[in-house]
Structures are given as C-alpha cells and as structure tokens.
Design a binder for this molecule. Structure first.
Ligand SMILES: Cc1cc2nc3c(=O)[nH]c(=O)nc-3n(C[C@H](O)[C@H](O)[C@H](O)COP(=O)(O)OP(=O)(O)OC[C@H]3O[C@@H](n4cnc5c(N)ncnc54)[C@H](O)[C@@H]3O)c2cc1C
Length: 502
C-alpha cells in the first residue's frame, strides 16, 4: 500500500515540478550565484520529496532504492540540476546519516528535513586535493566540547545554502601529522560554533541553480555528530561513494529519456530538403545510439535497485559502481551533444534544453571520480586479476570473470587478443572503457531476462559492439608520446611565411 502510495507521490511530484518550471523559467536560465532563491526552493520542496530517502522509523517514506531512483529519474527528466540537488541530499547526506549516524543526531536531522524542508550536502574536495582526496589536509581534534574541525573545502554542492553538511577530515596527531583514516562529521550551520563561512561563490558554467564555492571550515560539533564507521572511515567513504555513483543512474535515466524524447520530437517536426529529419540515415544513427543509451541506463537502474539498499555494504563494489558512473556520464554528455547537433542553432541557447543540457551534464564526467581516473582504475583492477590468474588472453579471462561472463561471448571477435600488463596509461584507459562497457552491458542481459523489450536490448548490444570495436582499434595503434612544452621555438608558421615572402 505504502509502496503504491509512494509511486503515486513521485508521479505527482514530477508533474508539479513540470508546472513550476514552466511558470518560472528563470529557475534554470538565470545563473543563481548564491543558489536558487528560497521562495523557489520552497515551492519545489513543498511536497517533501526528500522524505523518500528517510527511513520509515523516523517518519520518512522508507528509503527504498527503487523509489529513490524513480524520484531522481522523475526530477531529472524535468531538470537535471533539480535531479542532482535531490541526489546530493539523498545519496551524499541523508543515506550516510541513516546508515552511520548516531541515534540522537538522526532524530534531529530527519525531523529538520521533514518539518523545515532542510537541505544537506557533502564536503570532500579541497583546493589542493580533488582526485587525490585521501591526502586531504582538513583536520580534526577531540576535546570535551566535541570535535573541532579546520580546513578549506570547495565545490561542495549547495555551498552557502545547505543547512547541514557532512564534512570529511583526518585526525591531527600531536607531532602535527595527520592520521591516514578519514572521518565524517555532521555540521549544523544554524548552531553556535558550527557556521561554515563561504569565502567565495564560483561563477559556474552550468547547473545554475546549485551554488558552489570556497568554504572555510573552523567549527566545533558535539560528540553525537561523528558518523560511526563499521570498520574504517575510508571504507565508510567507499561504501558511500559507490552507492552514490550507482544511484547517479536514476538522474541519468531521467536526463537521457528527456534527450531521447526531445530528439525524436524535434526530428519529426523539422523539415530539411523536403523531408523530416527522421528520413536521414545519420539522424537515425544518432537516435539509435540515444535509444541504446536509454536501454543501458535502464539496466543500470534495474541493477542498482537490487543492490544499493543502505543495509548492503558496497565497499567492494568498485568495479560495478565505477563502471556505471563512467559509462553513464559519458552517455549523458554524448546524448546532450547529439540533441544539440540535431536541433542546430535553435538549440544553442541557455533557454533551450539542448544548450543547457550540454553544460549541465558535463561536470558529471568530472565529479564523484574523474572518468579518466575511473577507467584507468578499472583497467588496473582487471589487469591485476588477470595476472593473479596467469591469464593473458583478454577474451578467455572475460568469459570466466563473474561480471562479464555472459556478455563476453557476444563480442568474441573483438575481444580475442593478448594483453600487455605494462601497457601505457592511455592503453589502459581504452581497456578500462571497454571493460566498463562490458560490465554494464552484462546488466542489460539481466534486464533482458526480466522481460524488457527485445528490440531495445538487441539495439543496445549492437551499439556497444560498435563502441568497443572502435576502442579495440585505437588500443592497438597507440605509440609513446611526449608533449613538446616549448613548442613555439621553431613552431610559428608566420616567421617561416615572412622569410619566404622577402
Ligand atoms: C559541478 C561540480 C560539483 C561538485 N560537487 C562536489 C560535492 O558536492 N562535494 C565535493 O566534495 N566535491 C564536489 N566536486 C568536486 C569534484 O569532486 C572534483 O572536482 C573532482 O574530484 C576532481 O578534482 P579536481 O577538480 O581537483 O581535479 P584534479 O584532481 O586536479 O584532476 C583534474 C584532471 O586531471 C586528470 N587526472 C588526475 N589524476 C589523474 C590520474 N591519476 N590519471 C590520469 N589523469 C588524471 C583527470 O583528467 C582529472 O579530471 C564537484 C565538482 C564540480 C565541477
């Protein structure tokens, strides 16, 4: 009963959101440096969408992964930025608090979200430590007042706007060094001694309604505010990030579905050379790619709904989560680029969904783990596994590997080659791209077994085949390169041209 009721709630929330955005286009077209003004936020948050992420024990809608994904999908179909705003609150704040928070802190946080439409976010990144987050310099010390945190954090989504933050820091030792492990603390901005100062708001390129900036951390929080890891803090962080990366599939699906619907609608209506755009082979190619991405993304959601409940420990789900994150966000950006290409100049406007989509989807390839790094790590993990098994043939390995054993057979001709574990980083990146696509297309086979449309499944498998074939070709043609940093010496055509004309 509650299940059905939440489905209806999500459906109605999406329709209400559509109306709000239609009546107030400035929500998305104006660059809100300090975030969306509160009266707009109040309209969006009035039905209490974030209750979906809150356990029923605390008065929420139960934090069912399928509902969370469905809420993110519905919101992101209307606005990717609003989808992300809900995702930040759910995956990066409410769920980690529900799983690792102390009871007293949870009571405060969840009541505040349910009664006051509060917002929360997560601060990991520092100006000097982004990809290399584990080396962060923010520190904490313990006293009878609780925990005192000091440091500098930037790019935390909802900077200056969130009422609650999860702040990451390492324990300071007496000799001035920092311990390796990382801990997370709930900071409640409205409480004395807990205000996080914003030193600068960033003039971001997209996602206009979410504020970003540079924050100075100098706060003291009570003992109850520390999250309690089950083993180590780094493992807690891995569990959190893997869940969040998988859950991005909800935002991705809403976004890609919108790109697909907008593309089809536009191509039906736009006549060029006496026929509508659907009549052109290249246009059909773009649309079939979009449709494949829609299917793959649906499979990611189907997988994520089954594994990502907070009761599961996702620490060891690196390959599944990182593959999903990187493939998904590449598909999102390509989908946006395709829609913009198809809409032509008409789409190159901030007040057109196509132009907006390109800028808004781009940072998904950067945050929560840069895709370049994700692919490279995926390849490293597989090469290590192959070495352990003393296997050099890629196809033979994939046929036996749990996450690719069914899909590998579809692409035997492309995958049947030997690997050099000492290969260049770019070769590993290409390899990581192939592996990530294989892992996520294995999800497509699961979706197929569950009864998804076979023509959509067949198309997805075909499109992935084309992509990995391209990657396999580039892989064998890589040569060692080195950037010529002083390229201007002898590298200016004008000097040569002027000498000749003398
Ligand atoms: C819109 C947006 C929202 C964000 N939201 C949040 C948030 O809510 N909370 C938060 O804490 N942070 C957030 N971030 C920060 C984000 O997580 C970091 O930007 C990201 O981790 C990358 O760190 P960096 O920007 O310092 O880049 P760097 O670490 O300097 O990396 C830059 C690039 O260098 C290359 N690179 C780095 N290392 C390697 C390697 N080992 N191999 C190959 N190439 C490499 C990659 O191409 C990488 O993209 C957000 C960022 C953006 C843009």
């Amino acid at each position: 009963m509650r299940h059905l009721e939440t489905e209806t709630f999500i459906y109605e929330f999406q329709h209400e959101l559509r109306n709000i955005l239609r009546e107030n286009p400035e929500i998305e077209t104006v660059n809100h440096l300090e975030g969306l003004p509160r009266h707009f936020l109040n309209k969006i948050l009035a039905p209490n969408p974030l209750s979906v992420f809150i356990p029923s024990k605390y008065g929420g809608r139960g934090d069912n992964p399928a509902h969370c994904l469905s809420l993110l999908e519905g919101a992101a179909y209307e606005s990717i930025a609003i989808g992300l705003m809900l995702g930040i609150n759910g995956s990066l704040f409410l769920e980690p608090v529900a799983k690792y928070g102390q009871t007293e802190a949870k009571d405060r946080v969840f009541q505040s979200f349910l009664k006051n439409s509060s917002l929360g976010g997560l601060m990991i990144t520092e100006p000097d430590f982004g990809t290399d987050a584990l080396s962060m310099r923010s520190s904490f010390s313990e006293s009878d007042r609780g925990y005192s945190l000091r440091g500098s954090k930037h790019w935390g989504g909802l900077t200056g706007l969130a009422d609650f933050w999860l702040v990451t820091a390492r324990k300071g030792e007496e000799n001035g060094n920092l311990k390796r492990d990382i801990n997370l603390f709930i900071v409640e901005n409205s409480q004395p001694g807990q205000k996080i100062d914003v030193e600068e708001y960033y003039n971001k390129l997209g996602l206009f309604l979410i504020p970003y900036g540079l924050n100075k951390i100098d706060v003291t929080v009570p003992t109850r505010s520390k999250l309690i890891p089950h083993t180590s803090g780094v493992k807690l962080l891995m569990d959190l990030l893997h869940r969040s990366r998988l859950r991005l599939s909800g935002i991705g699906l809403g976004f890609i579905k919108r790109m697909l619907d907008e593309s089809i609608k536009h191509c039906q209506q736009r006549y060029v050379g006496g026929k509508n755009l659907l009549g052109y082979d290249q246009v059909q190619h773009r649309l079939s790619q979009l449709q494949a991405w829609y299917t793959i993304n649906s499979a990611m959601c189907y997988y994520t709904a089954r594994v990502s409940g907070v009761e599961n420990n996702l620490t060891s789900f690196g390959l599944q989560a990182n593959s999903t994150k990187a493939v998904l966000t590449d598909m999102m950006q390509s989908a946006a680029q395709s829609l913009l290409q198809l809409t032509g100049a008409k789409g190159y406007r901030r007040d057109h969904i196509a132009g907006r989509a390109v800028a808004d989807s781009r940072p998904f390839q950067i945050f929560e783990g840069s895709n370049d790094v994700m692919y490279s790590q995926i390849a490293d993990a597989i090469l290590k596994e192959m070495k352990k098994k003393k296997e050099t043939n890629f196809y033979t390995f994939l046929r036996q590997f749990e996450l690719t054993k069914n899909i590998a057979g579809y692409y035997k001709q492309i995958l049947d080659f030997n690997l050099d574990p000492e290969s260049l980083q770019r070769a590993r990146l290409a390899l990581g791209k192939m592996i990530a696509r294989l892992i996520t297309t294995e999800f497509v086979l699961d979706l197929s077994k569950a009864g998804f449309r076979t023509d959509l499944i067949d198309n997805a498998i075909q499109v992935v085949g084309d992509t990995i074939a391209e990657q396999a070709t580039s892989f064998t043609r890589l040569r060692k390169i080195h950037v010529i940093e002083r390229y201007r010496d002898g590298g200016d055509w004008k000097i040569l041209g002027l000498n000749q004309s003398k």
